[in-house]
Design a binder for this molecule. Structure first.
Ligand SMILES: NC(=O)c1ccc[n+]([C@@H]2O[C@H](COP(=O)([O-])OP(=O)(O)OC[C@H]3O[C@@H](n4cnc5c(N)ncnc54)[C@H](OP(=O)(O)O)[C@@H]3O)[C@@H](O)[C@H]2O)c1
Length: 325
């Protein structure tokens, strides 16, 4: 174990972002502990590695959260509560989000955690925000109210294999020759490649000036969801017709998207509702604090396709993908 590096707790390590961050932090020699709801599921995916500890716990349970935080210097908060089966469970994610964040703050106050880094969502309060984006902002406020100094990274859709936004995009574009979309596909967003998100997360641990700040993170392209779909189709050489209709509600769309893609309805529904909100970086300080090359969406899609080991649209390599156009 490297004594000079802070000891880091990862919440949400079995997730899309958490799993990638775990690999990046262990590679950089950070001593890492993960709090997971099923250690068996975690070990099947990640196995064992030196410098990595796994504890079972649930953020909805304060005592198990406190045990996981014991002896940690910094923590990544990478948990959301979307999902569930029945409609009441699907709709109550914000309540679970709030409870998990409050438990975390109390537990981190008790254990003397120094830093928390939270990956939340872009979008401005008072802008008729969707329930999901509102909940992401509330979680940030709760985390910032604790004694651990908070860094809040705010992102729009994160593009990478296995992430809900990319998997929705990929399955829709691969399977439907004609896509009938709500008018909100015209909303502007600033998606970011998952590789850039991980660089920013690791960068926050290495750059103390990021402590106690809310920082917007985004890729180099500000585009509509329609353009994102068109980029995907261009990369894959697909000819698709995209029709927008004013009558299609997010609820109605989520039913058929759930049929076509592997993303559960409990995740699709709140994400779709958020398409009405513009999610663009307002504050670009991160670019000076952590200067990295921002990956264009075309390249991000190529990398995600190359990484996808199953499902439609697999490509042989990023080079082949970029050269074929
Ligand atoms: N994906 C995106 O495009 C995107 C965009 C902007 C911001 N973000 C933010 O990035 C963060 C991570 O998102 P993600 O896409 O990686 O999500 P994800 O793949 O769905 O993973 C969510 C993780 O949270 C864990 N979790 C949920 N409830 C928990 C609880 N009560 N106790 C302990 N663990 C719990 C899940 O564990 P189980 O395996 O046990 O279910 C899973 O590891 C979130 O804060 C999200 O808002 C994501």
């Amino acid at each position: 174990m490297n004594e000079t590096k802070p000891r880091v707790l990862i919440t949400g390590a079995t997730g899309f972002i958490g799993g990638r961050l775990l690999r990046a932090l262990t590679k950089e020699g950070f001593p890492v502990r993960c709090i997971v709801r099923s250690s068996e599921r975690f070990r099947k995916r990640f196995g064992e590695s030196p410098g990595m500890e796994v504890v079972e716990g649930d953020l909805l349970n304060r005592e198990s959260t406190r045990r996981a935080l014991e002896g940690m210097d910094a923590a990544f908060y990478l948990v959301h509560s979307m999902g569930g089966r029945g409609m009441s469970e699907i709709k109550s994610f914000a309540e679970r989000d709030r409870k998990a964040a409050e438990n975390f703050v109390r537990a981190s106050d008790e254990t003397g955690l120094s830093r928390v880094i939270y990956l939340g969502g872009l979008g401005e309060m008072g802008d008729n925000l969707s329930e999901h984006l509102k909940s992401r902002q509330h979680v940030g406020e709760i985390l910032a109210s604790g004694s651990a100094r908070a860094t809040i990274l705010r992102a729009a859709n994160i593009i990478g294999a296995g992430g809900a936004p990319f998997e929705m995009l990929r399955h829709l574009a691969e399977k439907l020759p004609v896509m009938i979309c709500p008018r909100w596909v015209e909303t502007l967003a600033q998606p970011i490649a998952v590789q850039n998100v991980i660089e920013y997360c690791v960068g926050c641990l290495n750059v103390p000036e990021t402590t106690g700040s809310s920082l917007d993170i985004g890729g180099p392209d500000i585009i509509s969801y329609r353009t994102l779909m068109e980029i995907y189709c261009r990369v894959r050489g697909l000819h698709r017709i995209i029709i927008t209709v004013p009558v299609l509600t997010p609820l109605l769309s989520s039913y058929w998207i759930n049929l076509v893609t592997p993303v559960p309805a409990g995740v699709v529904m709140p994400l779709l509702e958020g398409l009405k909100n513009e999610v663009i970086c307002r504050d670009n300080r991160i670019r000076e604090l952590i200067p990295i090359r921002l990956i264009p969406m075309e390249e991000a899609i190529c990398m995600a396709l190359v990484e996808s080991s199953e499902g439609p649209g697999k490509l042989p390599s990023v080079q082949a993908c970029l050269l074929s156009r």
